[in-house]
Every structure is written in C-alpha cells, then in structure tokens.
Design a protein around this ligand. Sequence first.
Ligand code: NDP
Length: 270
Amino acid sequence: MSKMFHSKAKGFAIDFAKKCIVVTGGNRGIGLAFTRAVAQAGANVAVIYRSSSDAEDVAAKVAKEFNVKVKAFKCDVSDTDVVNETISAIEDQMGPVTGLVANAGISVPKPAFDLTHEDFTRVYDVNVFGVFNVARAVAKLWVDRKHQGGSIVITSSMSSQIINQQGINQPLRQVFYNSSKAAVSNLTKGLASEWAQYGIRVNALSPGYVNTDQTSGMDKSIRDYQAKALPLGRFAEPHEMTGQALLLLSDHASYMTGGEYFVDGGQLVW
Ligand code: NDP
C-alpha cells in the first residue's frame, strides 16, 4: 500500500515518511482516525491514551495495517510531570517528534445548576490545560533543538462558537465543555503568536457532530433533531476530520497559523 495520502485533486499528496507524530486520545474516536491517517501517509505515530485497556492492541493493528511504527503511551495529559516523562519516552523509543495532534478531550454534560467546581476542574484540566501541557512539552523540544517547521493541531469544537440546541429553546447542557472549547480556540491563537518566532505553527480543527463514543449516548430524538438541522443532514464519521488535520500538519500549510478551521457539515452557516 502506498505510504502517501493522495487527495482526489490531481497533484496534491502528503508524504509523512520519516515523521513522528504524537496523537493524544489517538486510540479511539476522532483521534484514532487521525492516527490511521498520519500512519497511512507514512508517519510513525505515538498514541497517547488515558486508560483504555485495548490501546496497545489498537496501536499494533494500525502499525501492521500501514507498516509503520505505532506505539501506545499511557499518560494523563493533565499531569505535567507525566506528560514530560512521556514525551521523553516517545523520543527515546520512536525518534524525534515532528508533529502533534492535541486531541484528547472530555465532556461532563449536566444542567448548569448541578455543575460543581470538581466538574469544572475535570473538564478544563483535560480540554485546556491538558492541550497546553502537551503542546508546551513538544514545543520546548523543538525550540531546544532548533527544529523548524513543527506543526501542532488542536482539536477544539464548533461549540467554541455556538451553543447547540436539543430542541426549541433547549440548549444541550454543556456549559463547561463549550466554554473550555472557546478557551482552547483562544489558547491556539496565543500559542501561535508566541511560537511563530520559532517556526512553530499552531492551529485548531473544530469538528461539528461526529459519530464517536462522545456522541453515542445522545438521546435518539435529540440526535435526529440535530442531524436534520445540519446543512449536510447528518453527523460526520471520524475519518471525515482527517483531511484538514493532514493539511495543517503538512508543509502545504506553511503559511497557516493561529487559525480555527471548522469541519462541521455547514453547521455554522445555519
Ligand atoms: P472520545 O470520547 O471518543 O475519545 C476521547 C479520547 O481522549 C480517548 O482516546 C481518551 O483516552 C482520551 N482522553 C481523555 N481524557 C484524557 C486524559 N486525561 N489524558 C489522556 N487522554 C485522554 O472523543 P471524540 O473522539 O469524540 O473526541 C475527540 C476530540 O474531539 C475531543 O477533544 C472532543 O472534545 C472533540 N470533539 C468531538 C466531537 C464529537 O462530536 N465527537 C465534536 C467536536 C469536538 P481513553 O480511551 O484511554 O479514555
């Protein structure tokens, strides 16, 4: 199988041979789609996960399918010491890291009146501080070794911009999740601005609704309401997020930094 990712447009190919890309939350859902896409383009992949017992098997399967090195590393992205140790272990075992997809994220859906400070900390520790933590650890390596052209892609969400509804005047109850995604979209711009001087690009990819474990628990009537309201009339599959991520990671995006790119089936035009 070719190690290049070919788009349907003639003459546009992405070749990640000799690259090593870290994907947080890369063992399932949208993150697994990113892992598979960069592996298909020829990169070795370090998959960071929190606790899933099958993460090593998932990594081994992708490695076999695309004939590249893919290894799973257990690491809580919100723990700075563990993140620094993990990034160092990745470099020891896989070689110099050249790209990062900071994708791990969680949601605690509850009505606002029921939310606690602990819920706030859980969500923001992963969705904002966790992203920052891993991005900083990788960027520090690049600055130390004067690596030029490093690219960081952060998974935010279209909910950084809008509050989704489950019916007329019935918002989905996710105020901490939504506000954490607005924060991480802004953090993307701040890091892009600070690190441009080192040749590091930082961009956010903001999905709309995607069929993963995060959305599987939605009530069917809410899911149908949401899907019908979308211009494309359906939720996305995880692999439909990968084209934009591959572009942002690649040198084709050498003049793109600080952006937030929506892959949302047209939801924001609604
Ligand atoms: P899933 O719930 O399917 O997967 C979450 C992933 O994040 C898992 O791999 C999980 O690891 C990992 N993870 C969670 N917490 C931590 C942590 N503390 N440290 C390390 N890894 C962690 O999520 P999705 O694939 O649906 O979402 C991926 C990203 O996309 C998230 O940032 C999400 O907010 C965003 N997004 C999702 C949308 C959707 O509709 N699905 C829409 C818009 C944005 P483990 O398996 O070990 O638990």
